[in-house]
Every structure is written in C-alpha cells, then in structure tokens.
Design a protein around this ligand. Sequence first.
Ligand SMILES: NC(=O)c1ccc[n+]([C@@H]2O[C@H](COP(=O)([O-])OP(=O)(O)OC[C@H]3O[C@@H](n4cnc5c(N)ncnc54)[C@H](OP(=O)(O)O)[C@@H]3O)[C@@H](O)[C@H]2O)c1
Length: 295
Amino acid sequence: MKGTKTLILGASGTVGSHVMKLYHESGEYARAAFHKEEVPDQAYDDFVLIDYDEVDGLLEAADGFNQVFVVIPDSPSMAMHARHIVQACEASGVCHYVVISGAGVELSPHNVVSQRLQAMETLFENSNMNGIILRPVFFMQNFINHFPPTPECKIIQPMGSGKVNYIDVRDVALASYQVLIQLSQGEKFEKNVWCITGDKSYTVDDIVDIFSAKHQSAYEYIDADLEQVIQKMKSKGLPQWRVQMLSEIYQSIQQNHYDHHTSDLMRLINRDPRTFCDFALDYKSFFINNYQLNH
Ligand SMILES: NC(=O)c1ccc[n+]([C@@H]2O[C@H](COP(=O)([O-])OP(=O)(O)OC[C@H]3O[C@@H](n4cnc5c(N)ncnc54)[C@H](OP(=O)(O)O)[C@@H]3O)[C@@H](O)[C@H]2O)c1
C-alpha cells in the first residue's frame, strides 16, 4: 500500500534475499538490513548495516517504518536478538511483522533450536505489534547451502530412511511478501501461526533419484553414522551448541518427526508449492557446476 515502509531484516540471507527480489520486481519499496560490511551481489536501492547485538542501530534502521520482516539465525543469542528487534520496532512505531520461525516448534518441540524459536515467537506475540509467524519445514536450498552433494555426486548425511518435508525458499519468500502486502492493506488473517510445507515428504533416496534423473548424473546416498558425524563436527571446532542442534535435528529426521504436510502455504500463495523436481531443475546449473568445477 502507498506510504507503507517495510524493513527487511536478514535481507542478504537465504530467505531475505528472495523477499527483497520480490519487492524489487514489483516496484514496491523496502529497506534491506544485513550484518556484514561487504554488500552482497544483489542490488539494493536502500540498505543499512545493523547488528542484532545493538539496539541503537536497529532503532535507526526502523525509524519511520511500519512493517518488519524478521529472520534471526540460530544461535544461543536468538532470544536476546529478538528482544532487541521487538524493543526497537515498538519504539519506532512499527505495527506489523512477519517472522520466520521453524516447523520444529511443533514437530520436535523439545529440541534446543525449537525452544529458541519458541522463545523468539513469544516475544513477538507478546509485543504491541500484530503479525504472522511462519513456521517453514526444511529448506530445499539446504542441499546447496548446508550439505551439497560431493563433486562425485554423493550425498553423505546421517538421515537414515527418515522422510522429510522440504519447502522451496522461494515459496517461503513469496508467502512472506504476500502477507506483508496484505497486512499493509489492513487484511486480517484467520490465525497468527502458519506451518508452511512443500508438496510432500522425501527420503534422501527419493532425492537421489530426482537429482539423478534431472541432472543426468548418477547420485548416491551414503547414510552416515550419526556418532561419527558428531565427532567430525567436534574435531572441526564447531561450537558445542551447534553440534547439539544438528545432532538433535538429525535424530528427529531419523524418527520421521518432519514427515508433515499442511495446506497453509497454498492458502497464503494461492497455488501449489514448488516440488523437489522443480527445485532440482531450476537449480540444475548449480549442481552441474559443482560437479564440473571439481573434475
Ligand atoms: N535451513 C532450514 O531448513 C530452515 C528451516 C526452517 C526454518 N529455518 C530458520 O530460518 C532462519 C535462517 O534463515 P536464512 O537461512 O534465511 O538465514 P541466513 O541465510 O543465515 O541469513 C541470515 C541473515 O541474517 C543476517 N544476520 C546474521 N547475523 C546478524 C546479526 N548479528 N545482526 C544482524 N543481521 C544478522 C545475515 O546478514 P549477513 O549476510 O550480512 O551476515 C543474513 O542476512 C533460522 O531462524 C532458522 O531456524 C531454517
């Protein structure tokens, strides 16, 4: 809506960069906020550098804004970061938020990461702002950002035969964008928390079959031993909180906690979710380059 000023926190990240792209393509104004000093490849008309550790920068970034999109990376500081964001937004008169949480809050509530996300959600729910919390399942783009196949097309993960529902980050961004636009138009939503999922759940064997078919290469799943993966993470110097977080997530995957489907995404974006086949095809060049660069 004309006059609405939207601040996108985490604008250089996996979800935030796609939200910014949607604003850019539609010609709607949004200010990008991120942390690192180097400006990302994507063009931003208006951007600010902030640190969730500091309230002052957040206050400056949010001054005069009505809406905020929030992504807070997992870390033990998540609740403190959420508190700083809520404090700055309330003081600046922001009235609407869209917050990216995670499906784990309801699917594996005892995991540490879920408890951190829950604490973040509560801070926004108890604020004087109105908004929507999106709880996405696993991102398909994790197969690019976090555990890409090896150059030999092997996916080495301790996921057993667990079924996981994956969502394309572009759909998470579209849902966020649509909600922000509708909130700015005064629309009311039937509920505040939406668990958004992709089309269906997949085992890693299913994903290997999809990649093999779409990239014309022979992919292979190596079902790694979780204990060995944990030892490897520790020997690489990963902080203990991260090792614990990943280890709990892998156990939840093996126990099929993330085999879950809702129609929430469809209700927000008015179309079916992108499928894993769509993702494998759209990002084919990344996977082919990954293979070719290393041969
Ligand atoms: N991966 C999944 O499968 C999955 C599934 C469901 C939910 N989630 C949730 O999604 C969130 C992560 O989203 P994402 O993948 O888009 O994150 P991401 O790619 O790691 O991006 C994080 C963004 O936050 C900014 N940032 C980091 N530290 C900051 C700080 N101290 N102050 C200000 N800005 C800071 C980063 O800026 P710089 O780039 O400048 O550092 C970047 O723009 C997490 O809360 C996670 O629990 C993830």
